[in-house]
Design a protein around this ligand. Structure first.
Ligand code: ADP
Length: 224
């Protein structure tokens, strides 16, 4: 399994205590595309943060490629985050001062991959995402759909096991969103990565292999 959550609980303690994730278990296998849906406040972001190793559960296990990440130290979790995970966000989160090529290459630098191999990987992904003419452009010169395609290239360039997508079409019109989802789904599959996608959009969720429905911190159901 690429990602496995076993009875995960995460409680926020501010003025009142909120069980944002309340005993969630599921497993994602290699190459799977799974959508996570549910009303606002049901715990989707918290779950994504736990899967992304940005947060730790109060109890339960988060296994990434079989490794118990809750028990791992911060240095190990940071290394795993850099090398095995990637995130695609609603608002793209590209660095405005860097070119498209430099944005896509960033995860390679963080993983100590440079030179010819880095250039070849970046060029290959830019071409597959139809961005071969855009390498020297800066994000402000691109459309929303193009920016999200750059973000997809950046997510895949270091060959992560798991891609976490947070409303990847939330800031795109429906036609562009469709195109971006096609590319995200297809290229993720071709690269053998697993995709966990939070979305409010039922059309987007239907594109996944499987839908996890969350309600009040729990998994309320799953649809194939
Ligand atoms: P979703 O992404 O589905 O909208 P969240 O994971 O953001 O849900 O939130 C789940 C619950 O946890 C909500 O009740 C929310 O108010 C609460 N919550 C989220 N983040 C925090 C926080 N940092 N501190 C306190 N409560 C939080």
């Amino acid at each position: 399994m690429v990602l496995e959550l076993c009875d995960v609980v995460r409680t926020y303690r501010s003025h009142e205590s909120v069980r944002a994730v309340d005993g969630v278990s599921f497993a994602l296998s290699r190459g799977e595309w799974v959508a996570l849906v549910g009303p606002s406040g049901c715990g989707k972001s918290t779950l994504l943060q736990l899967a992304g190793l940005l947060d730790r559960p109060d109890s339960g296990k988060v296994l990434l490629e079989g490794l118990d990440t809750a028990a791992a130290d911060e240095a190990t979790r940071t290394r795993l985050r850099r090398s095995r995970l990637a995130t695609v966000f609603q608002f793209f989160h590209l660095l405005q001062t860097l070119s498209v090529r430099e944005n896509v290459a960033l995860p390679l630098h963080l993983n100590g991959i440079s030179g010819r191999e880095a250039r070849e990987r970046v060029d290959r992904l830019l071409a597959r995402l139809g961005l071969e003419q855009r390498g020297e452009h800066h994000p402000h010169q691109l459309s929303g759909g193009q920016m999200q395609r750059v973000a997809i290239a950046r997510a895949l360039v270091h060959r992560p096991a798991l891609i976490l997508a947070d409303e990847p079409t939330g800031n795109l019109d429906s036609h562009t969103g469709d195109e971006v989802l096609d590319l995200l789904g297809r290229i993720t599959r071709e690269e053998g990565a697993t995709l966990l996608m939070v979305t409010h959009d039922p059309e987007a969720a239907r594109r996944a292999d499987r839908i996890l429905v969350m309600r009040d911190g729990r998994l309320a159901g799953t649809t194939a």
